[in-house]
Ligand binder design. Structure first.
Ligand SMILES: *Cc1c(COP(=O)(O)O)cnc(C)c1O
Length: 460
């Protein structure tokens, strides 16, 4: 058995240590040695086996996944995939950069000016903008500043909100509980299915901090329903905050029921809050957009609030957000606007290739969804490759029989030192009627070759 120290001094493993650090490489070596001891591996293959079992990056717990679920914004897959433009911006921002410095004068600059300018340019109707960590942070900030107990505002005040808008956003987190956690008091109005202008009007009083309208972004109530428009609420007097959730900045014809920041501001909202990693297609972020005048003053107050520092975004987020706003359409909007006939053509071509390889594969019609807290109930015509059901599990964990994280140093099946350039990515499909569907709507055409390779890799 080659000694561990000797193995770690092998050129290829030294190079790997420079890239991944000694601990990860040593773990891979120990795993390969264990396999030799168990009689599973010839001693002269120990270096190759260790290399093959290395993770692609030092963040070895994160694996690239092809999203073939047909859910454009899959929360468990990190919501919006970033554009190439955003990736390039991340690369620049990752080093030292002028995030808070004016290179012309050498003086301190406004942090994230580029991202804020890009957001303001994308929504000319806004009088002021600010960015925080996510949509929930934006709500927490405004609730604290306008209704929380604090020296600036006096005792806790009320947030007037419709009962039908007390949304649970995911993973057990609920907007009403988030708001209450700031110390603000909730004043619920209306019934689950119906709320009227008079309900709001009756609830408004000296204790009112603001009115909050929350977009039901992940469910639909149908039947005997009514809600109150932004324009009507805006006339009631108190500041009106509208949480649109999905982050559309302008109307999207394909999603006519999804609110957008420009329209909601034009209808009279004081402040709009939204997420950056939903339909905007950018990094996790919370956007705050104020109306000209009162909204802009509010944004400035929020920006200077002590809590703003705790919710501030890092330079990576600012870089990716600016590039998403200023650059070409990100993957989410490309997926949203994909031509169904083109998706069908891609599915036919993939299925034909797989059939030629002897696999049981067919192109089928499919229905995709936006998911991730946007456009509930909207179905987007799509196309998928249908495979036998057992493929679903194998595709999720290519090459290792399902034990990605075990420590015995087994390869991840990439066969190229664990790097993901050209390796086999995991694929998440969707089970439907006893078949594993690989829906192409959320994947760019450029991914088809990797999808084909992934299916072939597990079809043996
Ligand atoms: C998604 C969503 C949130 C939470 O936003 P995060 O960015 O996930 O914190 C809040 N409100 C609505 C309406 C949402 O859709």
């Amino acid at each position: 058995m080659p000694r561990t120290d000797a193995l770690l001094a092998e050129p290829a493993l030294l190079e790997a240590q420079a890239r991944l650090g000694r601990a990860l490489v040593k773990r891979a070596v120990l795993g390969a040695q264990a396999r030799v001891r168990a009689g599973e591996l010839a001693p002269d293959l120990v270096v190759d086996a260790a290399l093959a079992s290395l993770p692609a990056t030092a963040a070895g717990s994160l694996h690239p996944v092809l999203n073939a679920t047909g859910v454009l914004l899959h929360t468990n897959l990190g919501r919006a995939p970033l554009s190439a433009a955003a990736l390039a911006a991340l690369e620049v921002a990752a080093g030292s950069c002028d995030v808070e410095l004016d290179l012309a004068t050498g003086a301190r600059g406004r942090r994230g000016r580029g991202a804020l300018d890009a957001l303001a340019a994308a929504v000319p109707a806004a009088g002021g903008v600010h960015v925080v960590n996510n949509g929930a942070a934006a709500l927490a900030l405004v609730a604290t500043a306008l209704a929380g107990p604090g020296s600036a505002t006096g005792p806790a005040r009320e947030i007037v909100i419709a009962r039908g808008e007390l949304v649970e956003i995911g993973d057990g987190f609920r907007i009403p509980e988030l708001l209450a956690a700031t110390g603000a008091r909730l004043r619920e109005v209306g019934a689950t299915n119906r709320v009227h202008l008079r309900d709001y009007a009756a609830a408004i009083g000296p204790d009112t901090g603001f009115l909050l309208k929350v977009h039901p972004s992940n469910f639909q109530i149908t039947g005997f329903t009514s809600s109150v428009s932004v324009a009507e609420l805006a006339n009631l007097g108190p500041p009106l905050v509208v949480d649109i959730g999905s982050g559309l900045l302008a109307p999207e014809p394909l999603l006519p029921d999804e609110p957008d920041a420009a329209t909601v501001l034009a209808q009279g909202a004081t402040l709009v809050t939204a997420s950056g990693d939903k339909l905007l297609g950018g990094p996790q972020a919370g956007m705050l957009l104020g109306s000209p005048g009162a909204g802009a003053q509010l944004v400035e107050r929020l920006r200077r609030h002590p809590l703003a520092r705790a919710l501030r975004v890092d330079k990576l987020t600012l870089a990716a957000l600016e590039a998403t706003l200023a650059g070409p359409p990100p993957p989410v909007s490309r997926a949203l606007h994909a031509d169904p006939a083109e998706l069908r053509r891609r599915a036919e071509a993939l299925a034909a290739r797989l059939r030629a390889d002897g696999l049981d594969a067919q192109a089928v019609a499919s229905l995709a969804t936006v998911g991730g807290g946007g456009a509930p109930g909207v179905q987007l015509p799509s196309a998928a490759v249908a495979l036998p059901e057992r493929y679903a599990t194998a595709l999720r964990q290519p090459g290792d029989g399902g034990n990605r994280d075990r420590d015995d140093g087994r390869g991840d099946g990439n066969g190229n030192g664990g790097r993901d350039d050209g390796g086999v990515p995991a694929v998440l499909g969707r089970l439907e009627a006893g078949r594993c569907l690989l829906d192409l709507r959320a994947l760019p055409a450029e991914a088809d070759e990797r999808l084909y390779a992934a299916v072939r890799a597990v079809s043996g």
